[in-house]
Write a protein that binds this ligand. Sequence first.
Ligand code: CA
Length: 221
Amino acid sequence: MRILIIEDEQELLCDLAKGLTWKGYAVDQAETGMKGYQMAMDETYDLIILDLNLPGMDGLEILERLKEEKPQTKVLILSANHHLETKLAGFQLGASDYLTKPFHFEELEARIRVLLNRRFVQSPSHLTYQDISMDTFSRCVTVKGENVFFTAKETAILEYFLLNQGRLITQQEIIDHVWNGDSDPFSNSVRVHLSAMRKKLKNVLGYDPIQTKIGEGYRLR
Ligand code: CA
């Protein structure tokens, strides 16, 4: 899942990006409001973490404009501003969540997980499909009750399939949601990660749970 962080405190921005990347998210960073708004408009993000007090363009203004253009975008406000009026204004403009600074990384991560899994009728900590189960907290995957090791990229791809069960997923979509903007994955590299992941699943399941529709995309059977 791909996340954009808009935050002007360099150190915090860097720590957040590192922590979330470590947790398996594809992370892009913007240190000014204008840049963040531009990136949010140009790219597809599963979630935007938005500071409010930003140079150039204020967070609430970004939120308002963004919600007009891309109403589906999920935004979590992360701000030192703890005033009720500001929080309510944020929710009124369409924020999905509001966390005040200082905060614990674990809490932020827990809220992100809930937000990204909310549209599914599953527990926010586990994604399952038949014999496949992923703990979105520890990023561990079990297949038929057996722990199977997946690399970070393979785990992120599998997570995207589990979150989009039954839907046809294109290769471009996988790139958009699993890779961040800094990397420029060749379509081949997506195929390599995808096929390694499928092989591991197949080894345990005895069949490949992912169906290829040539020229169209992939789908969990
Ligand atoms: Ca700030």
